[in-house]
Design a binder for this molecule. Sequence first.
Ligand code: G4P
Length: 545
Amino acid sequence: MTEAFAGESPNRASAETETKAGARSPAALERRTFAIISHPDAGKTTLTEKLLFSAGAVHEAGEVRARGDRRRARSDWMQIEQQRGISVTSSVMTFERGNILFNLLDTPGHQDFSEDTYRTLTAVDSAIMVIDAAKGIEAQTRKLFEVCRLRNIPIVTFINKVDREGRTPFELLDEIAEMLQLDVSPQNWPTGMGGLFHGLYDLRRDRLLTADGEGRFRWTGVAGLDDPKLDDLLPADAAASLREDGGLALAAYPQFDLDAFRAGDLTPVFFGSALKLFGVDPLLDGLAEHAPPPQAQPARPAPVEPDEARVTGFIFKVQANMDPNHRDRIAFMRICSGTLKRGMKLNNSRVGKAIAIHNPISFFARDRELAEAARPGDIIGIPNHGTLRVGDTLTEKGDLAFTGLPDFAPEILRRVRLDDPLKVKQMRRGLGDLAEEGVIRLFKPVIGSQWIVGVIGELQLDVLATRLEQEYGVKLGFESSPYEVARWVRSDDPAKLKRLVEANRDRIAEDQDQALVLLMRNAWEHGRFAEEWPGITFAAVRERL
Ligand code: G4P
């Protein structure tokens, strides 16, 4: 049996399958809403491009990056990410393949923006973990994995760059299993790496993927690792080591188990090279086959099942000025249940007011278009002027609040210094807007007028300064603050909380949602407060209500 597909032109969707919204009924498609997590440089951007290319959503590999670059060139504040070679923004890319509609949520790779990444991960049902074959598990991979584990997000692993010299597949698999305490189930096996890389053997379906000199891929079915046909397809030593290593892999690692995967206890592992498009299709097939459809979302008073009829969703990200010509803000909403129709009115639980969704946007590949309808698992953009915030719940009816979207206490606190005192108003507006967007945390001391800005990583301060200058015309500097620690304070005993506030008025502040925060000089002082005020919680994480 020989199956072939045109690897150089994987636009199998082609003419009859438009990728545009509305061209065919998206209602009929299953959803897979996922993110890619990785350490910077492991190949997330390259894999994203190749996934879109492979699904026929863009016509040239590299188009995403090229268009991204053009867009960035237009958008001044994004220069900062260009200079640093990092991706500050998260965005959504939707593409179709077969009977599946994939929603890929991009996450910033840099750890200074980990909060943004965390929030984005609340909106996905599965994730691809990309690992560089030469490096194995790296610091950021591990952190992001832990976030996925907290939320029981099933992980598909892609070990990338097998076209380069790397560590052996066994070493890599054992490292994942040990460091992440996760069962690994290899789905395919590389025949050699680097210069000796010849192809991928599909361990589940017994077939070999090879490429010819012109980059055309070919699957060849065999009867198993012992099939002599392999000797015709591979050099003798490559066939011999595939037989030995592949056989060992089948014996040594667990078989794929859907329940264990969905519970987050096992990861199917795909080897490949994003750059060479090698193994990208099998990865997509694996995702289509195994990754879960939209799942129930945690909420009060009860979790929301995707098959509930009423429309519900939550905002996990707000992004300003995606189009610099239109100074707009886009709130990204994950639809959790129901079918959202354009023009529908939804209630914002935080403020108890209805908002009409006149112009919901869907994101096909990198194009925005008006969405006529959106279904559970879909992400839509809602243009607004600051009415929607990260963590907001939107619902057609009923009292509802999605939970699990936390704010983290900042690790860096800074006072802001304004060079031009006439710009106080603009500065306050800018800081307020960006705090609502989730770019920074803003603390307004109850005594005095000097606001304090809190961030997780230094790069957020750069983004803040650049955006304030470019979008609000305000030049801002940062000064050290007398405080290093900020904690939300709360208590079941309101009288006690009041006493704490009264006794420490000079260091009590309100955050952008008017929640009370105690500012402390250092960890030691934090410990002392905790000791002296039993019954008061000094929280490093605040769940949005
Ligand atoms: P990131 O988004 O995870 O940070 O990684 P990105 O895709 O930007 O890839 C980082 C580098 O690794 C890039 O090289 C990219 O070409 C390379 N790369 C990605 N996948 C593969 C692969 O399968 N094989 C090999 N050999 N290289 C791969 P660069 O030189 O830093 O950038 P560029 O000039 O190629 O864009």
